[in-house]
Design a protein around this ligand. Structure first.
Ligand code: ZN
Length: 135
């Protein structure tokens, strides 16, 4: 299987699907496990639905891989079309806070970010895993 997240059409399709899904969640048309994460993230991203949709698109493109379940770390493959400059990002849980290597990658200093769309993708991934909706 090729890397679907490097395919321009696949990324555009996922991004469109993700935007539609987020809209349905925000408007209360859908009320499922994905929408529960969307609602959580809408608060974290201070009401920027396009960021939530980008996180969902990353999840839909299957860019999230569990790295080490014991220490709770995940590898998120970079998607150039979504603005990533690195091939992959490491997301991990530090206590109850998610951290991502993109916090430090950006310009060589630690960004003040508390969340990013890589973390959002991991949150969608973990929620679906919890529900047994993934293999
Ligand atoms: Zn990140």
């Amino acid at each position: 299987m090729g890397r679907v997240y490097l395919d321009e059409r696949a990324v555009k399709f996922a991004a469109k699907k993700a935007r539609e899904k987020v809209r349905r969640c925000v408007r209360g048309l859908d009320r499922d496990s994905v929408c529960e994460v969307v609602n959580e993230l809408t608060v974290s991203f201070a009401g920027r639905p396009q960021w939530v949709a980008r996180g969902l698109a990353r999840y839909m493109l299957q860019t999230v891989k569990p790295l080490n379940l014991r220490v709770k770390a995940w590898l998120v493959e970079g998607v150039p079309m979504l603005g990533d400059r690195h091939a992959s990002y490491l997301v991990w849980l530090d206590g109850d806070k998610y951290k991502c290597t993109c916090f430090t990658h950006a310009y060589g200093y630690v960004r003040q970010a508390r969340i990013c769309t890589h973390i959002a993708a991991v949150m969608f991934y973990r929620r679906q895993r919890l529900l047994g909706e993934e293999e």
